[in-house]
Write a protein that binds this ligand. Structure first.
Ligand code: INI
Length: 152
């Protein structure tokens, strides 16, 4: 049996992060979690590329630009879509999720969905480095693992 189980060693990998500025009080904590996780697993500072876009709706386009550049082992998309803030909640979530998934499948580059989709600000805070962990850290670990698996 051949079993593929990637170690979380990201030494030598180059990573792009694309972050949505909407709800940035939350998203900065996701970015901090993702960056510290990448560093902890061996990614050099100069090999982390961070781009801010206006909102989660815009994540797929920049993810596509970064993925197609050929420069990155993976692209991690971060954002926070909070239901109370907009009647467009479902549209923004749907566009972000399907767009991000499409970029990964079209390019073959891992593109990670690190977007919080919550009913309340409290739920978002809980997932941005407080009692329910940090979605940015989780997304960065997925990016490292997927980058290793596609390179295997
Ligand atoms: N973008 C988000 O990232 N989170 C949200 O909660 C949000 N709300 O609530 O509207 C949001 N909207 C902006 C959207 O992503 C686009 O930036 C905007 O529609 C311009 O295309």
């Amino acid at each position: 049996m051949i079993e593929h189980d990637a170690p979380l060693d990201a030494t030598g990998q180059r990573h792009a992060i694309v972050a949505a500025r909407f709800n940035d009080a939350i998203v900065v904590h996701l970015v901090r979690g993702a960056v510290s996780t990448l560093r902890r697993h061996g990614v050099a500072d100069d090999d982390i590329d961070l781009t801010w876009v206006p909102g989660a709706f815009e994540l797929p386009l920049l993810a596509s630009v970064r993925a197609r550049s050929g420069r990155f082992a993976a692209v991690t998309c971060l954002g926070a879509v909070i239901r109370g803030a907009t009647p467009h909640f479902d549209l923004v979530c749907q566009a972000a999720a399907s767009g991000i998934s499409r970029v990964a499948l079209d390019t073959g580059v891992p593109v990670i969905f690190g977007v919080l989709t919550t009913d309340t600000i409290e739920q978002a805070v809980e997932r941005a480095g407080t009692k329910a962990g940090n979605k940015g850290e989780e997304a960065a670990r997925a990016a490292i693992e997927m980058a290793s698996l596609v390179a295997d």
